[in-house]
Design a protein around this ligand. Structure first.
Ligand SMILES: [Zn+2]
Length: 354
């Protein structure tokens, strides 16, 4: 259990740049922040030609020697390979260019090698863009672990707007989950005397409210809509930095999502699962689960087992085991979790299963 501590540690990004064609200015950012020597771009097979190459060129123009590594998944073994490369090549700056996996590997490898990292997302699909936390596949901890906050974030709206709409909708699912995450944090504060920070909680809630209010711009894929989602995701990351934990952004709905990863494998995206988790957990919390479901439907994000490509029994299993993944994180699921028949009733009452 976390408790009140006399010292509170906050690590924030130094520069956040959101706009069209911002990736061609990454070299200027390197120059301003005084980076020299060797840099490493961590990117994926699709995202490297899409954005990684341009990032590498801009960084090289600023006088750094740039190498790159193409990664396919964020596993323990690939993380070790990237850390070895960072150390052996005496890299001073790691640039994560791409989706969640690329950014998570850049974040953790740089943190473990004690160098800085920049976050350059190509999709607005999750709040790891700005947060100090990352997930590693096959890790003994099936939830986000601490890495470090990025020194700079460059969110190129032109690139983000061209990514598949499903990714943007998933980002909205990760953001709407803040309603239930903050409620769980308040519950842990009341029942377990856990530290609670109003400022961080309000920042996370404000992101959820802004995205809910601007759903039309998002579904129409207007640049303003994309900007709203990515700024909300960045604010969520900053909320976690301020809180000193993932609490304002991750409650029982995230435990449900991680449990579903174990039960059903990767059939759907993180944000899609946390969105459905938020429907179930809002029901358990006695709050307005219908508005979360309606928002997800409007956005075009999954709100049912079918849309997550999982079976009703997998939903029930994930909900019953979610509390056990992280016993120190107190949520609406309590210490003993939701019993099987109750979990089935919740999933049916909310229309997540038929
Ligand atoms: Zn999340």
């Amino acid at each position: 259990m976390e408790s009140d501590e006399s010292q509170h540690y906050t690590q924030l990004p130094r520069e956040v740049i959101v706009g069209k064609d911002v990736i061609s200015h990454v070299g200027d950012v390197c120059h301003r922040l005084g980076f020299r020597g060797n840099a490493l771009v961590v990117s994926g097979p699709i995202t490297y030609p899409l954005a990684g190459e341009r990032v590498a060129k801009s960084v090289a123009k600023a006088g750094l020697r740039v190498d790159h590594v193409i990664v396919k998944e964020a596993s323990e073994s690939i993380l070790e390979e990237v850390i070895t490369k960072v150390r052996q090549s005496e890299v001073n700056l790691v640039l994560g260019v791409g989706g969640g996996k690329d950014i998570d590997l850049a974040k953790l490898s740089s943190a473990r090698a004690a160098v800085q990292f920049m976050s350059i997302p190509t999709a607005a699909s999750h709040d790891g863009i700005a947060s100090p936390y990352a997930s590693i596949k096959g890790s003994s901890k099936p939830y986000s672990i601490r890495g470090q906050a990025p020194i700079a974030i460059l969110a190129d709206i032109g690139i983000l707007a061209q990514s598949p709409y499903q990714l943007l909708a998933a980002g909205c699912g990760d953001i709407v989950a803040k309603y239930t995450a903050v409620k769980d944090w308040q519950l842990a504060h009341k029942l377990k005397n856990e530290y609670y920070g109003d400022y961080a909680a309000e920042l996370a809630l404000m992101s959820a409210e802004l995205v809910s209010k601007n759903s039309r711009d998002i579904t129409q894929r207007k640049l303003e809509g994309v900007r709203t989602v990515v700024e909300a995701l960045i604010s969520c990351g900053v909320a976690m930095s301020i809180a000193g934990s993932s609490r304002p952004c991750s409650g029982a709905e995230h435990l449900f999502s991680h449990a579903l990863d174990i039960v059903a494998g990767e059939t759907s995206l993180h944000g899609e699962r946390t969105g459905v988790g938020a429907i179930l957990c809002a029901y358990l919390q006695g709050s307005n689960w219908e508005s979360i479901r309606d928002f997800l439907r409007e956005i075009g994000a999954p709100s049912s087992a079918k849309e997550l490509k999982v079976s009703p029994s997998q939903i029930v299993k994930a909900l019953t085991m979610a509390h056990s993944l992280r016993p120190e994180r107190y949520t609406i699921l309590g210490e003993t979790g939701v019993a099987g028949p109750a979990a089935e009733r919740v999933a049916k009452a909310t229309g997540v299963i038929e």
